[in-house]
Design a binder for this molecule. Structure first.
Ligand code: DGL
Length: 288
């Protein structure tokens, strides 16, 4: 694979579904002249309850779409996929730069959390099980307690577009009460939204758990991408407003209907393209 010399190629953004649109929104705000291709692997969502091997395979397979279309960088806008798949994606697509969301998440904690109390990361079952946050945080701040707390159910609610109201607040209470029981009165230094589907619940979480910083790392991801483009000297050379191509592996009408909750602007179904992933190689590998 050769290095991207065309600065006006798009940047690929990948998530299991619509959660990564919360990252896209921050990227568009910070980098308004860049073009993006967003891919949601809606046919295989959720990733958070699957094994690390399956998630790695899905991510490697899905990101081939970016290679077919041509991109100058890739953002894995999915915490669950970043843990098990980032090194494999970086190796596969080298020299095209590939970044994930865990490191920006860690930096967002270090700059936004209160000075005392445990760092709490709300994430999918997979991210919690693979300890991607704990491993990265203990290197930088070994003295602080870290709690990774599973909230996979929120992914399904977010994909339904249910992110506010009494029912959502009751579900949040049910998910978070055992966390606070475990903490036995200790006040968390922050609640990091360690799944890109969770920022749509930020207001509801603040209502249920007031006075604790609720941190969305998306702006930090945008800052990291901005520095990366500058280091590689591949920033867009135009002053025109950037474009976005939206791709999904299933349910484009549904994608367009629910996307505004994550994106903050409307999408029409005709703006979303259905992409067929080639699973045959994977099947052959599994069968052998
Ligand atoms: N949005 C993904 C993340 O950031 C996970 C959603 C899923 O379970 O597929 O972890």
């Amino acid at each position: 694979m050769s290095y991207p010399t065309n600065k006006n190629l798009p940047i690929g953004i990948f998530d299991s579904g619509m959660g990564g649109l919360t990252v896209l929104r921050a990227l568009q705000n910070t980098l308004p002249h860049e073009n993006f291709i967003y891919l949601g692997d809606t046919a295989r969502l959720p990733y958070g309850t699957k094994s690390a091997e399956t998630v790695r395979e899905y991510a490697l397979n899905a990101c081939d779409v970016f290679m077919q279309r041509g991109v100058k960088a890739i953002v894995v806008a999915c915490n669950t996929a970043t843990g098990p798949a980032l090194p494999a994606l970086q190796e596969k697509f080298h020299p095209i730069p590939v970044i994930g969301v865990i490191l920006p998440g860690v930096n967002a904690i270090l700059s936004g959390a209160n000075p005392q109390g445990p760092y709490v990361v709300l994430a999918t079952e997979g991210t919690v099980k693979w300890h991607a946050y704990r491993d990265a945080l203990t290197v930088l701040d070994p003295s602080r307690k870290i709690m990774e707390w599973p909230c996979s159910l929120l992914v399904a609610l977010a994909e339904e577009g249910w992110c506010e109201g009494e029912l959502v607040q009751n579900i949040l209470r049910r998910l978070l009460q055992p966390l606070f029981d475990t903490l036995q009165g200790e006040q968390p230094a922050c609640l990091l939204l360690g799944c890109t589907h969770f920022p749509v619940f930020a207001d509801a979480i603040r209502q249920v758990v007031p006075n604790i910083p609720v941190i969305d790392p998306a702006t930090m991801v945008a800052q990291q991408l901005k520095s990366l483009l500058s280091i590689h000297e591949i920033e867009s050379s135009t002053n025109e407003k950037g474009t976005v191509e939206f791709l999904a592996t299933d349910g484009i009408e549904r994608f367009a209907r629910v996307a505004p909750i994550f994106l903050g602007y409307d999408l029409k179904p005709e703006q979303v393209q259905l992409v067929a992933l080639d699973f045959s190689e994977q099947r052959k590998k599994k069968a052998s």
